[in-house]
Structures are given as structure tokens and as C-alpha cells.
Ligand binder design. Structure first.
Ligand SMILES: Cc1cc2nc3c(=O)[nH]c(=O)nc-3n(C[C@H](O)[C@H](O)[C@H](O)COP(=O)(O)O)c2cc1C
Length: 546
């Protein structure tokens, strides 16, 4: 179906209108400010003035668990008890600062979770019962990344906590993510909503990996309505500052005990609307431009519903690979984006296959078991420098059930062939043998990082199908899944001794043309590149805290 027909279906019109309007085209970028207005640059740190701050520990990384161990159930660490130290570690390894960079008199903070333009629209929340060494009463807290602390926004009765976590395993607590769209819109204008949702996916991925290091599992609870999340997280209150839009509610549970989880009851969530909330949010910019994103976000809010998502039809098998010594927590905290690639480093073919196997959603396994829906994104790969693998365009089928639809959609492809040495269980196909470096650079807004690495990735979402099936609120979820893949690829790059970079700036339809996609069955949502990094030696690096 043509997008004009789909747009005429009023329910999906805002999504299609937004998605089309925010495509970068060769002859025009999506609407944006066109320059950086430094006078209105948003403060990257939200604080709630007047809310009590609980300091958390900067728990230094140790040797265990190994990074490779968290993907195989058998070598998972035992679930750690929930206390001040372990909650500190969870946030230290996910949403905290990881370094400061300095150039002359200017310095800026970098975090564990990647963010488009380092603008960090995502805010984190903790909702918990009494926790050893942290709190005696149940509370809702905002995470203050610069201080590595929890701002107590509200304390509440034990009875409300009991009704909130009824049906969840012992030791459960909740995490919430919200977005301050203005932080990205300041720089990127209308396309910023996409970046916010990708960033939310990166933050979700970061929480999943940090939790795995403690033997915990993070699960997205997709039954509650967005409005109920606003009540729970205290972002419903009207205030003068930039709005925070709730994105997702997560349960953090001991690894072995996470069966099927629905959300807390509507009654429990709605009770939070009448709590007393402490602290008022800081204003991030003295003035703002309206790019229509708050209106869009309000149209994409999810209503309360238990969704009968399609689950994995055929769980992919990843072969047994030798376990490397790298420690999970060291990789997490050293993760960085490459600002340039060397145009030389070549990746061993087995490392490439291992990375791709990690992007498959294996039921019950880190990281994609966090999502209640089956994989909606397939990976188109532009391979430039992988040993013993011809340059060209490849496709990884993360959902094998999409094979026939993709064979029909990708009209530019030659007959699909398994590449040499590819494990039988890895659904990877070579579509065209070609030198795609120039195309990769051009399509990624002329960024050399896309051509000078080992390979770059275009994440192709099943688009019109899931939107029609579930509704407009599924649009941000497609980006969350893409962001999670991005956060995984960052860690995979670190584990292989190379580096990755997310690429939000790409020309949408030109990439579709390369693949032969002519309709909205599949849409390209995010790019990523991996390669040998070139360090910017003008910058000095300072510790994250202290
Ligand atoms: C969604 C997303 C889109 C991004 N797009 C680009 C891009 O187009 N070009 C680029 O050089 N870096 C891009 N980046 C990398 C960010 O600039 C980088 O994450 C940020 O500066 C923080 O640095 P760090 O990743 O080292 O913490 C992107 C990152 C994300 C998460």
C-alpha cells in the first residue's frame, strides 16, 4: 500500500506524516534550526530543586562477569541482593557519566549510554520498596547523572508498594525512562523525536547489560498506558520547565525468575497521581522553538491494553564460540563512539559472524528478552573490510519469518547466497557483491565513518505491518529496538578491540533505493558503523567523578 493510502487511514496519519516529513533527502534536510543557537543550549542535567539527594557509590569495575558469559544462560552470575551498593552499580553501569572530555577551556560529560549529539534527552527513574542501606520507605526517585545520586521525588505507603508489585517476583523494583524532546530538538529540529526514541532504546540496552552484570533481568512492561506512567513517575505535574514525556516502564527482576510479566494494575498506578511530589524541575533553556514534537508525542501515547504480541516463531541458534576474557563492566564503562575510522582495520570473519549472532533475539537471553515483541528489525550490512568476505551488501534476517516479504521487497538484490564460512544457524545472506564504500558515505550524510570502517549497518524495520496491527504507539517502539541493537553493537565493537558509532544522519529514501524498497513495508530507521578508530589527540580525558 502506498503511504498516501495509509495516511488516509486517520489513525496512522500522524505517524506517516511525521515519518515522511522528517526524512533527510539529497535536495533538502528535514526541517531544523540550521544553526546552533548557543544562547538557548539546553542544560544536559535535569535536577529537581528541593528534592532530597541520596548519594550513590561509584562501584569500580572488577574482572567478573566476563562479557561473553552474559549471553549464555549457564554462565550467568547468580542474582545479587538488592541493596544500596547493587542499585548504585546498576545505575553506574547504565545511565551514569563515564568520562569528561576537555578541549582548551571547554569540557563536556560523556555517559555510559550513547546519545545522538551527546544531548542526552533520556531521564531515568527508580521506583522501589524498602532497600537495604538505600531507603526504609518505598519511593520514586529521579536519577541525577552528574551527581550519581537519586533525588527523592515522593515517598509512599507500604500498602501501595504491595499493590504495585503484586504478581512480581520477590526482589523486583521498577525503572522508568522519560524523554525531554527539547534537548534534541534544539539542535535537530523536527527529526529530533526519532533521535530521542533511538536514545531511549540505547538507555534501555544500557540498563539490560548493567542488570545482567548483577544477575538481574530487565523487562519492558507494555501493558500500562503512557498517562499512567506519567502518574507513576511524577512527570504529570504542570510546571514551567520543559516537559518530560514518559517512554517506558521496566521491571528489574532476578534473572531466573522472569516468566511472563504484565504491568502493575491501573488502580496501583493511578494512586500515584495523588501523592505529594518533592522538588521542582530546573529550566533547561531560556527560550524554545516548537517543532511540533510534543503534539506528535501526545498522539503516540499508548492506551492501557495487554497486547498479545507475536512471539518468536523459530528461536535462532548461535553456535558455541570461545569465551574471551574481557570483563563486562570494563567494556560497559570504556564504551565510546569513534569520531573517525582509519580506513584500514579489517575484522576477522569469525568476529563478524559472532557480532551478528549476538544481534539475534534468543528467547530468554540478554539483551532482547527485555522486549515483549518479536524482532521487528532486520540488518542490511554494507561490508567493506572483513577478512575473507567479499565486499558487498548483506542481509541478516533477525526474524526468519520475514524472509519471503523481504525477498519481495528488496528488488535490487541478486539471488540470496550464504556467504563463505557462515555458520548454518546464522541467517545471513549476501545480496550483492560490490564495493559499497562510496554509497555508504554518501547515504550517511557524507560521513566518512560510514565508509572507513569494517562495515556499516542499516536497520530495516517492518513498518506498515506492525503499525497497522498495533497502532501508532508502536512507532517509538521500533526505534527503541533499533537503539538497543545500537547499544549492543557498541559493546560488541569494544569486545572485538574496534569501535562503533551510531549514525542518525542518513538519507532515508536513497538507502531504500539502494535496496530496491519502494513502499512502506520496510523502512530504514537507524545506521551504525564499526571499525578501527582514529583518536582525536586534541582532547584530554578526565575521570567521570571526583
Ligand atoms: C541515535 C544516535 C545517533 C547518532 N548519530 C551520529 C551521527 O550521525 N554521526 C556521528 O558522528 N555520531 C553519531 N552518534 C554518536 C554520538 O555523537 C555520540 O554517542 C555522542 O557524542 C556521545 O559520545 P559517546 O558515544 O562516546 O558517549 C549518534 C549516536 C546516537 C545514539
Amino acid at each position: 500500500m502506498d503511504h498516501r493510502d495509509l495516511a488516509s487511514c486517520t489513525r496512522l496519519k500522524p505517524v506517516y506524516d511525521y515519518h515522511e516529513a522528517t526524512k533527510h533527502r539529497f535536495d533538502a534536510f528535514a526541517d531544523g534550526p540550521g544553526f546552533l543557537d548557543w544562547a538557548t543550549q539546553p542544560d544536559p542535567f535535569r535536577r529537581y530543586a528541593g528534592a532530597r539527594l541520596i548519594r550513590l557509590e561509584g562501584v569500580a569495575p572488577t574482572g567478573g562477569p566476563r562479557y561473553d558469559a552474559i549471553f549464555t544462560g549457564a554462565s550467568m552470575p547468580a542474582a545479587a541482593p538488592v541493596n544500596h551498593q547493587t542499585v548504585s552499580q546498576l545505575l553506574y553501569d547504565s545511565l551514569a557519566l563515564s568520562a569528561w572530555k576537555r578541549l582548551g577551556e571547554t569540557r563536556w560529560a560523556l555517559r555510559v549510554n550513547a546519545s545522538s549529539g551527546n544531548l542526552h534527552p533520556t531521564e531515568g527513574y527508580l521506583v522501589c520498596g524498602p532497600v537495604d542501606g538505600l531507603c526504609e520507605r518505598p519511593m520514586v526517585c529521579h536519577y541525577a547523572a552528574k551527581e550519581h545520586g537519586l533525588e527523592v521525588r515522593s515517598e509512599f505507603e507500604a500498602a501501595l508498594w504491595s499493590s504495585l508489585c503484586a504478581g512480581f517476583p520477590a526482589g523486583t523494583f521498577f525503572l522508568g525512562l522519560t524523554s525531554i524532546h527539547w534537548r534534541e530538538a534544539w539542535k535537530y529540529g523536527q527529526r529530533a523525536y526519532r533521535y530521542c526514541m533511538l536514545d531511549a532504546g540505547h538507555a534501555l540496552g544500557a540498563l539490560v547489560f548493567a542488570a545482567a552484570g548483577l544477575g538481574w533481568q530487565v523487562r519492558l512492561l507494555d501493558e500500562p498506558a503512557t498517562d499512567e506512567l506519567a502518574m507513576l513517575l511524577g512527570t504529570l505535574q504542570p510546571h514551567e520547565a520543559e516537559p518530560e514525556e514518559p517512554d517506558m516502564l521496566l521491571a528489574c527482576v532476578p534473572m531466573q525468575q522472569a516468566g511472563d510479566l504484565q504491568g502493575p494494575s491501573a488502580a496501583a498506578l493511578q494512586a500515584f497521581a495523588s501523592l505529594a511530589w518533592q522538588g521542582s524541575p530546573n529550566t533547561l533553556s531560556p527560550s524554545h522553538l516548537d517543532w511540533g514534537i510534543e503534539t506528535l508525542a501526545s498522539l503516540l501515547r499508548k492506551p492501557r491494553a495487554a497486547i498479545a504480541y507475536e512471539r518468536f516463531s523459530s528461536p535462532p541458534q548461535s553456535g558455541v564460540l570461545p569465551m574471551r576474557p574481557a570483563a563486562l563492566r570494563r567494556l560497559i564503562r570504556q564504551r565510546r563512539s569513534a569520531v573517525a575510522m582509519d580506513g584500514q582495520t579489517s575484522l576477522p570473519r569469525d568476529d563478524f559472524y559472532r557480532m551478528l549472532a549476538r544481534t539475534l533475539a534468543v528467547p530468554g537471553a540478554v539483551p532482547f528478552a527485555a522486549l515483549p515483541w518479536k524482532s521487528q528489525l532486520q540488518l542490511a550490512l554494507l561490508v567493506h573490510r572483513v577478512n575473507d568476505l567479499p565486499r558487498g551488501l548483506y542481509l541478516l534476517l533477525r526474524d526468519p519469518a520475514q524472509k519471503a516479504a523481504l525477498q519481495q521487497a528488496l528488488t535490487q538484490a541478486d539471488p540470496w547466497r550464504k556467504p563463505p564460512g557462515c555458520p548454518e544457524s546464522l541467517p545471513l545472506y549476501c545480496l550483492i557483491e560490490t564495493d559499497a564504500r562510496a554509497a555508504a558515505r554518501q547515504i550517511s550524510c557524507q560521513q566518512d565513518i560510514a565508509s572507513d570502517g569494517c562495515f556499516s549497518v542499516a536497520m530495516l524495520a517492518a513498518f506498515s505491518g506492525p503499525l497497522e496491527r498495533y497502532g501508532p504507539w508502536f512507532y517509538p517502539r521500533l526505534y527503541w529496538e533499533a537503539g538497543m541493537i545500537g547499544q549492543l553493537l557498541y559493546l560488541e565493537a569494544e569486545a572485538a578491540g574496534i569501535r562503533g558509532t551510531g549514525i542518525g544522519c542518513f538519507f532515508d529514501d536513497p538507502m531504500h533505493e539502494v535496496l530496491g524498497i519502494g513502499d512502506h513495508a520496510f523502512q530504514d530507521l537507524y545506521h551504525f558503523t564499526m571499525g578501527g578508530p582514529v583518536e582525536d589527540t586534541r582532547l584530554s580525558t578526565l575521570p567521570a567523578y571526583g
